[in-house]
Design a protein around this ligand. Structure first.
Ligand code: ZN
Length: 121
């Protein structure tokens, strides 16, 4: 279970990025499935740890499928198994092209005056 430390990392990023906001309402993260994060567990830890201006923040998790590229035949494919084998030629020489990402993509909240301000990253 590494969701606890990931939730803490997300909160740290949001606190750093959202300094001009008085209240954070929504945090959207993009996480590659290679990290094997359980979204429900991550949401749970986030809800337990959030405080201060993040108290009412809702965590939205966008999962990115793992994609690989076979170095032998060049085929790109989605990987759902722990063993990375090319479905076309069976080669194990596979390069991970996608699925390792983990970032906060969007922070929404409220400023001192006005509402509904968006902030990208
Ligand atoms: Zn191949």
């Amino acid at each position: 279970m590494h969701e606890g430390s990931i939730a803490r990392g997300i909160i740290e990023v949001v606190e750093r990025e959202a300094q001009e906001l008085t209240e954070v309402l929504k945090v959207r993260v993009r996480i590659g499935k290679l990290h094997a994060v359980v979204p429900d567990a991550l949401t749970f830890f986030f809800d337990v740890m959030k405080q201060g201006k993040l108290k009412n923040a809702v965590l939205e998790i966008e999962e990115v499928p793992v994609k690989g590229k076979c170095n032998r035949c060049g085929k790109e494919f989605e990987i759902n198994e722990p063993l990375f084998l090319c479905p076309l030629c069976g080669s194990g020489d596979v390069e991970i092209k996608q699925g390792q990402e983990m970032h906060v993509v969007c922070i929404e909240g409220r400023k001192e005056d006005g509402d509904g301000k968006n902030k990208g990253s």
